[in-house]
Design a protein around this ligand. Structure first.
Ligand SMILES: *Cc1c(COP(=O)(O)O)cnc(C)c1O
Length: 488
């Protein structure tokens, strides 16, 4: 048999890339919901390559076969698109990356790309590590990065222990993230990136992103935003000029709770003060083909499709849960046993006006129900119980519908006490700076009817009056005979 030659495959790849580009352009012209539902999987792809399968097929295979040595050579030399080996890429991962890339880029007019990772934490490590390289022009200089201190507990540990303590990379903390001078005062010639979470988990920190982006531009530094709490349905940092977004896809995006997943989404052609053209041209693509290929933190195909399936309804879900959370927050803010409610959606919150400038239900102006841009603030809130640690635990332990778990973004309501769970490792001093006291309960309101969640909160708070208004039947309550069978 005559060899087809490497060029045969390169030419075929060119046609495939042109076709894909057209598909992407058509998808970009669609509204958010259509993109969330269809992603980058088209009817033509279904009919021509996937036996008509309406839903994206699941490719569990570890690797891809090639027709001949020419195709293999072209593929492994990255001369043609390939998925070769599932540590690097795989069609099921590709569908997830495609939809997230389009959703985060929605409305920005920018070309974006995405790499899906095994968790939110690995997305964060993937996003920041390539910038933490020593500068040959400044041998011995101590590197630093500037990041808010209101962060998810896992991120706090990654920055404080893995970077600062173990690698001697200084985390310059921004305590008042809304004071732009504080950010700027932390930057020097050894700063590698600017990082923030908006809104922050759990304390609802928020800052003026456009101003932080201006600082990034001024100093040629990447602005990296963890936008897990908002999801692209409510906030898309790339639209405001952020360079890189990280998502814990595990949370609201994959709301069913079947998967742990993360993602890094970036704009193309980053204007940065660093000497790496490949990285700047397509950051997520660079991660995929190089550092993450070698470090191996990418997502598994099964987790990718589980996440993909939940993402289809993200817009209407975030609308529903945001409205429910507002109702719950309003109930709690007038309750006699509640000291404070932290939710960006209530006017009493000091950052409410700022959040209003950034957090909108995407496409609400095209929604028959609304016909205008409406603010939505997501389903993460927290509240502080009057009294202290003991009262807080009494209320927490009395929940009958709301699950006690260290999780959020679920379709089921879940609460935790961050001081003894997600934020326990960082210690009291750091919790104080991040404003996470012992009497704070983080609540993420799910898709239940809000009246039922309010009823559960009301009965749990009633334990502080000494009369518990329990509504579950006694034989099924915790510790009862029928539930002890399930205990281990
Ligand atoms: C949960 C979370 C993470 C970490 O994500 P995992 O998927 O659990 O690794 C990062 N950032 C925020 C804001 C989170 O809530």
């Amino acid at each position: 048999m005559d060899s087809k030659g490497v060029n045969h495959y390169i030419e075929a790849a060119k046609r495939a890339i042109a076709w894909q580009k057209l598909q992407l352009e058509q998808m970009r012209a669609c509204r958010f919901d259509t993109i969330a539902v269809h992603g980058i999987y088209s009817m033509q792809e279904a009919l021509d390559f996937n036996q008509g399968s309406v839903i994206e097929p699941i490719y569990m295979s570890s690797s891809q076969a090639y027709h001949d040595s020419d195709e293999m050579e072209a593929a492994l030399g990255y001369q043609i698109p390939t998925w070769c080996y599932s540590r690097i890429a795989n069609p099921s991962m590709y569908y997830l990356e495609g939809v997230l890339s389009l959703l985060e880029g929605y409305g920005s007019g920018e070309e974006t790309s995405c790499i899906a990772t095994s968790s939110g934490m690995s997305a964060i490590a993937s996003a920041v590590d390539p910038f933490l390289l020593s500068d040959p022009k400044r041998p011995g200089a101590k590197m630093n990065f500037v990041a808010t201190c209101q962060l998810y507990g896992g991120t706090f540990q990654q920055f404080a222990v893995r970077k600062e303590k173990e690698k001697n990379i200084e985390w310059r903390r921004v305590v008042h993230s809304n004071e732009i001078n504080e950010w700027e005062s932390r930057i020097d010639e050894n700063t590698r990136f600017l990082y923030g979470e908006m809104p922050s988990n759990p304390s609802q920190g928020f800052f003026d992103l456009e101003k932080v982006v201006q600082l990034g531009r001024k100093y040629g530094l990447p602005v990296i935003i963890d936008s897990t709490v908002a999801t692209p349905a409510l906030l898309r940092p790339l639209q405001y000029g952020a360079d890189i977004v990280v998502q814990s896809v595990t949370k609201s995006l994959a709301t069913s709770g079947f998967a742990i997943a993360g993602a890094v989404i970036s704009r193309k052609n980053l204007k940065l003060n660093i000497d790496n053209d490949e990285l700047k041209a397509d950051f997520a693509g660079y991660l995929k083909l190089l550092p993450n290929r070698d470090n191996g933190p990418n997502i598994s195909p099964m987790n990718a499709v589980l996440a993909l399936n939940d993402i289809r309804t993200i817009r209407s879900r975030m609308d529903l849960v945001s409205r429910s959370t507002l109702k719950v927050a309003e109930f709690l803010s007038t309750h006699k046993h509640i000291e404070q409610v932290d939710y960006l959606g209530i006017p009493q919150h000091p950052l409410h006006d700022l959040a209003k400038q950034y957090m909108f239900l995407v496409d609400s102006e095209f929604d028959q129900q609304y016909g205008e841009k409406v603010n939505r603030f997501g389903h993460l809130m927290s509240f502080r119980v009057k009294g202290g640690r003991n009262e807080t635990r009494m209320v927490f332990d009395a929940f009958e519908r709301i699950y006690r778990a260290t999780d959020l973004g679920r379709i089921k309501s879940i609460a935790t006490i961050p001081a003894i769970s997600t934020h326990s490792q960082q210690g009291e001093e750091a919790r104080k700076i991040a404003d996470i006291p012992d009497n704070l309960i983080r609540l993420c309101v799910g898709g239940e009817h809000p009246d039922d969640i309010i009823r559960d909160l009301d009965q749990a708070l009633s334990t502080l009056d000494g009369v518990k208004k329990s509504y579950s039947s006694p034989e099924f309550s915790a510790g009862g005979a029928s539930s002890s069978r399930l205990q281990f």
